[in-house]
Design a protein around this ligand. Structure first.
Ligand code: FES
Length: 173
């Protein structure tokens, strides 16, 4: 036969049980709410980054395909360079006729802090005088100084002695 003390204990146990059930519900609810908001955040982030992903994919290939006349080859002896704009009037570029007879062209805004890059004939290199950044004239890759990224490559064609810019590749790595 239950005495008064046991009756009190049973009531206390019931209260603890209900508390535990409530805590378990809270936990389930919180877990569900967390998962919902995490999934929501992932979807939102994923959607928000789609334009950047598309741009990154486009940057890996030929981006511009305008055809622009640069210079007559006879006016550009080996070991000299000429400036032009490509693909728009606001994007400065440099065409180099190397001492080895090759034609190389790049957008010539330094990839460090945008100073103009020049051809230095004595060292057959591309130099940014702002912080002494050097780029390889054959590849446009940074060789010394602060720049870490290569210059955008401009693709060239020569027709009847005239040099044309025909495309641009923005490269990474
Ligand atoms: S801007 Fe060219 S090295 Fe700094």
């Amino acid at each position: 036969m239950p005495n008064k003390e046991n009756k009190g204990k049973k009531t206390e146990d019931m209260i603890n049980l209900v508390d535990n059930l409530n805590q378990k519900d809270d936990l389930n609810y919180n877990r569900r709410a967390f998962l919902k908001s995490a999934v929501g955040a992932s979807i939102t982030l994923g959607l928000a980054t789609i334009p950047f992903s598309i741009k990154a994919m486009m940057d890996d290939g030929v981006e511009d395909e305008n055809r622009v006349e640069i210079v007559d080859l006879e006016d550009l002896p080996k070991g000299t360079s000429v400036n032009f704009n490509y693909p728009t009037e606001h994007e400065p570029a440099i065409l180099v006729h190397t001492p080895r007879g090759e034609l190389k062209a790049y957008n010539n805004k330094c990839t460090h802090l945008q100073c103009p890059v020049f051809y230095e004939k004595e060292n057959d290199t591309l130099l940014c005088p702002c912080h002494k950044g050097y780029f390889n004239v054959d590849s446009g890759h940074p060789e010394a100084g602060p720049p870490q990224r290569e210059l955008p490559l401009i693709e060239l064609e020569v027709h009847n002695g005239t040099v044309y810019a025909v495309g641009r590749k923005i490269r990474h790595g």
